[in-house]
Ligand binder design. Structure first.
Ligand SMILES: [Zn+2]
Length: 90
């Protein structure tokens, strides 16, 4: 996956996918290897698809607007309640 700059820690990172559901052996191995993150069995509307491996920030910007995954695009801003207007350098 293309590297992106984390909006929180500003590190150039490869977004780490979060997999939801009861983890099987492969998912556990992947998590132990640091390739994926286990998101648990419950998928909330706010659940992110990816996290930053450096600072654990949820990364809603990996999603493409209009993705047919049942998440309202308008809800994406809710991932960053503390960051609204907190980026004076941009
Ligand atoms: Zn980060």
């Amino acid at each position: 996956m293309e590297k992106k700059q984390c909006p929180r820690c500003k590190t150039l990172i490869e977004p780490m996918p979060i997999l939801y559901g009861l983890p099987g052996p492969e998912m556990v191995l992947g998590a132990q290897a640091g390739k994926i993150r286990l998101g648990g069995c419950t998928v909330e509307p706010e659940s992110a698809d990816y996290v930053c491996p450096e600072c654990d920030a949820a990364l809603p910007w990996v999603r493409q607007p209009g993705d047919d995954d049942g998440i309202e695009d308008d809800a994406l801003g809710a991932y960053w309640p503390g960051d609204a207007g907190a980026s004076p350098r941009q």
